[in-house]
Design a protein around this ligand. Structure first.
Ligand code: TMO
Length: 313
């Protein structure tokens, strides 16, 4: 038994030697710069990934960053990574930066995504606008979605304008719905959740931008079914905007030097793959349990070592 234990110890130290062989330089002690944005899972995941890097002995730094300009910041090295590159909202900025050079694709999370306008489940259950979730139904019930500030039209509560610019007003025009609906931009993600909460109390009709994975997955949120997305359908890409969002990927990006400066952290980062469940949990700790982003990340890390430890091995 003793001998066996010693053999295992020898084998382990051999394999440790192999891992830390001179071929793989140690990670730089310079901080890995992680951006924080303006929706909950992204901020919690920033601290989750920062916590993973710290567990490996790395230094990290967090910077609040604009959600579109961050790809340029990664390209020029001011920011090291982006850990939630949502295809629909950020795909174009990511690929534009990649074309200029300096940013690399560091892999794709397991979660599939959708970022789209939609309604709470009770809007469907109560049949407030017959024919939903098909988009054509919207033409028949703008009054169901009118609010005090919508000038008699139905209202789409879109996310902050920094996310999609004028895509939603352009979509309404492209679909021929702009005489019946208007777009209001929310000041923050929290304003979306506050409106959903308030509408739910009266089971009132409401249309908001939302996404999955998110904390709202648990309760039920129904995305409107628009004409299918295709490359070129958006106004910014030369189309008339009459399409929905793509069912998309969720990627990770990094500055091209990251694999050289922090080989171990980069290897872990490239392996990180969160599921819809993981991401929904990260958002729920903040948006339902009302924890701070940092505390939510600590709680998530300590409850789910089985998920993240393998990324570091
Ligand atoms: C990028 N977002 C998740 C807010 O749609």
């Amino acid at each position: 038994m003793k001998k066996l234990t010693r053999n295992i110890a020898v084998a382990m130290s051999l394999s440790l030697t192999a891992v830390s062989s001179p071929a793989m330089a140690a990670d730089s002690s310079k901080p890995i710069v992680i951006p924080t944005h303006n929706w909950s899972s992204q901020v919690v995941m920033a601290y989750v990934i920062g916590g993973i890097f710290e567990s490996m002995g790395n230094n990290v730094e967090y910077v609040p960053a604009d959600t579109q300009a961050v790809y340029e910041a990664i390209r020029n090295g001011d920011v090291t990574i982006s850990h939630e590159v949502w295809q629909s909202t950020f795909g174009a900025s990511f690929y534009n930066a990649m074309q200029k050079g300096g940013i690399i694709d560091a892999g794709t999370h397991a979660a599939m995504t959708l970022e789209e306008m939609g309604v709470p489940q009770y809007v469907i259950d109560d049949n407030l606008c017959p024919g939903l979730p098909k988009w054509e139904a919207l033409a028949n019930c703008p009054e169901v979605f009118a609010t005090a500030d919508s000038g008699g039209k139905g209202r789409w509560l879109e996310g902050p304008q920094s996310w999609h610019g004028n895509q939603m007003p352009e979509r309404l025009a492209g679909l021929g719905l702009d005489d019946k609906y208007m777009v209001k931009f929310a000041g923050s993600a929290d304003a979306l959740w506050a409106e959903l909460e308030s509408a739910k109390k009266d089971r009132r009709g409401v249309i908001t931008f939302n996404w999955t994975p998110n904390f709202t997955d648990a309760e039920g949120f129904v995305f409107i079914e628009f004409p299918e997305y295709f490359d070129g359908c958006r106004v910014g890409d030369g189309g008339n905007g009459a399409c929905g969002s793509p069912k998309g990927w969720l990627k990770k990006a990094a500055n091209y030097k990251f694999p050289k400066t922090h080989p171990a952290a980069y290897t872990a980062f490239s392996k990180i793959s969160f599921t819809s469940t993981d991401i929904g949990q990260m958002a729920a700790l903040v948006d339902i349990e009302k924890m701070s982003h940092q505390d939510a990340a600590k709680k998530w890390l300590s409850a789910h070592e089985d998920v993240w430890k393998p990324f570091t091995e």
